[in-house]
Ligand binder design. Structure first.
Ligand SMILES: NC(=O)c1ccc[n+]([C@@H]2O[C@H](COP(=O)([O-])OP(=O)(O)OC[C@H]3O[C@@H](n4cnc5c(N)ncnc54)[C@H](OP(=O)(O)O)[C@@H]3O)[C@@H](O)[C@H]2O)c1
Length: 246
């Protein structure tokens, strides 16, 4: 896959807001046709109303819950039928849930695992045969430094992201012989709506966080590696430079 190919097709899950939206923008600017999804049709429509005037038919959005296996399979089949190829999958959609282990309800636990683990599994399994056919593809999994470092209140989120890192590395080993590269991206805190749903930290704290665009740049940089090279895990931290709010 060459990133500059005009025919290249990418799927980005959770592409309506936050990191996913920045990745959608970056891949569209690189010339990809980008299919993105999120659960809510209205948030898909809002993103499309920004993107379509600039990128036209290269931006396509659908309301898909990544934890719903039939919806995922139908979405991937639609992309594959339309283009006959899928070059890049970014498994970005995910939720946060921060509470002590003995206060997490079964429903909340399952909701988190559906989004953060079932989703990447369903998508990876659905795109793998399409990528194998061309002997080419790149799958990027949005994990987190919470997938390496456990913290109090993180039992569910840590479990999902540690799980995603393990899933990413095992899939990488399964698929690299078929020309499919798989990488996990592990960012520290990124200033997005994610923090609104879990109790927003103060604006000073948010100023020192990474920006969604930083993660999008990592995605583009990884895609630029020659196909013989497989950077399979990237950790990205805020530099915490005292003199800069960048
Ligand atoms: N923000 C951070 O500090 C940070 C740090 C490290 C890693 N991450 C990871 O990066 C990813 C994106 O985070 P973010 O900060 O951009 O979050 P965000 O601003 O809350 O955006 C999440 C996106 O995912 C979609 N989404 C959520 N659940 C979904 C589901 N079941 N099916 C389909 N779409 C779904 C949301 O749209 P709908 O609500 O319409 O579904 C939205 O587009 C997550 O996996 C997160 O764990 C975030």
């Amino acid at each position: 896959m060459t990133i500059d190919s005009k025919d290249a097709v990418a799927i980005v899950t959770g592409g309506s807001r936050g990191i996913g939206r920045a990745v959608v923008d970056a891949l569209l600017r690189q010339g990809f046709t980008v299919w993105f999804c999120s659960r809510s049709q209205s948030s898909v429509d809002r993103a499309l109303s920004d993107l379509e005037p600039i990128f036209g038919e290269r931006a396509v959005g659908r309301a898909v819950d990544v934890g719903d296996e039939p919806q995922v399979n139908a979405f991937v089949a639609e992309v594959s039928d339309r283009h006959g190829r899928i070059d890049v999958l970014v498994n970005n959609a995910g939720l946060g849930l921060f509470a002590p282990v003995d206060e997490i309800s079964g429903d909340d636990w399952r909701r988190l695992m559906r989004a953060n683990l079932d989703g990447p599994f369903y998508f990876t399994r659905a795109v793998a045969p399409v990528m194998k056919e061309r002997g080419d593809g790149f799958i990027l999994n949005l994990a987190s430094l919470a997938g390496r470092n456990a913290f109090a209140g993180g039992a569910a989120y840590n479990a999902s992201k540690f799980g995603l890192v393990g899933f990413s590395e095992a899939s990488m080993l399964d698929l690299r012989g078929d020309g499919i590269r798989v990488a996990a991206i592990l960012p520290g805190s990124v200033d997005t709506d994610f923090f609104d749903s879990i109790g927003s930290p103060g604006s000073t704290q948010r100023d020192s966080m990474l920006r969604a665009e930083d993660i999008a740049q990592t995605v583009v940089d990884l895609l630029r590696y020659p196909s013989r090279a497989l950077p399979s895990r990237v950790e990205l931290r805020p530099s915490l430079r005292k003199s800069s709010a960048q």
